[in-house]
Design a protein around this ligand. Sequence first.
Ligand code: ADP
Ligand code: MG
Length: 372
Amino acid sequence: MKYQALKKKAFFATAVLTGTVMLFPVGCPAAAEKDIQNYTDTDFAMDTVVSETLYTTGDDINSKLTSILTDVEKNLLSWTNESSQIYKVNADCGNDTEISEELSGYLERILAIAKDSNGAFDPTIGELIRLWDIGGENQRIPGKDEIQEALKDSGYKKVSLDGNMVHMDKGCSLDLGAAGKGIGCDSILEYLKTQKEVSAALMNLGGSSVMTYGSKPDGSSWNVAVTDPRAENDDDYLGVVALNGTEFLSTSGDYEKYFIENGVRYHHIMDPSTGYPAKSGVTGVTVVCDTGLEADALSTACFVLGVEKGAQLLKAYGADGLFVDEDHHVYLTEGMKERFTVWRILQNEADLPAIWFMTVWQRECSYPRYLR
Ligand code: ADP
Ligand code: MG
């Protein structure tokens, strides 16, 4: 992959833990447990590695699930594919363009998050993103004038939606990349609901967007391990987040795509108000809520907003969040507190990796802090 050189490992890995059991009395599969087969697959879609786990009494439909993601990218969201709706909207800027009901629904929610985050999440900064090209072959620190030029035509207020008609000022363009994987997860969920044989599924897109559906045959919860954003080893986890089978989890971090120059980390999440990589003091944000789009967009927004403002935004959306700051403090919203288990509790203390003690546990016992 283009950004392989500095792309750090995934923030999340799915972890199945013993002892954490949730019961799902409603919607349990009628089929006997022994009839349910478990299929797993690893594929590539939406420019990322997709891990799929399926529990079903029917066929293995993992490849179908991947194709749904590919279709969302190709037909709806792609910035470069001429057949995608976003491509057409961008090509037609300055005019009214008709889009599908599906895309207008997504766009409406995206514009709401842009507004509610006061533009911290902005789907019109594509030009700025390509100028920096973080993780790409042409990544570099652009000049101030170039940044101003790229920002000149951007701004979510330049996009308006009236039913299925979208209008965008001339020069403005849409890039839904920061919510794309979440939208892909939402589409998968809609499809799974029509598949009566499927009792449970987990989709993990690049480690940063996770969808859970239904309940596993043994009734245990879906557990997602949260990696330390500054971890030196792949299995340095902060802890585990439990999802209940109707929830989505998304993470945004400054370690996913970045380069370091003169000791400064330039990463891929931009602050639209400055045109530079966001510097809100956080290194990673994890959001859990009941839709993929919101989880994905909110994690990006929260990364830009930082802990306090980010937590307020999450509250407005009824979402849970976990923030890690540059001092390696971890902040949890009330709801996240309920679903997060500190790794230390799960492990024999003696087995914990050194970095845990160095950077978290010995720091004035400040971990975790609870947000109200
Ligand atoms: P990832 O897609 O790597 O898992 P995110 O969901 O946080 O992570 O999305 C980051 C991507 O979103 C960037 O690579 C960039 O294309 C785009 N982006 C960066 N900053 C913003 C922002 N402030 N608002 C909207 N999109 C952004
Ligand atoms: Mg995102």
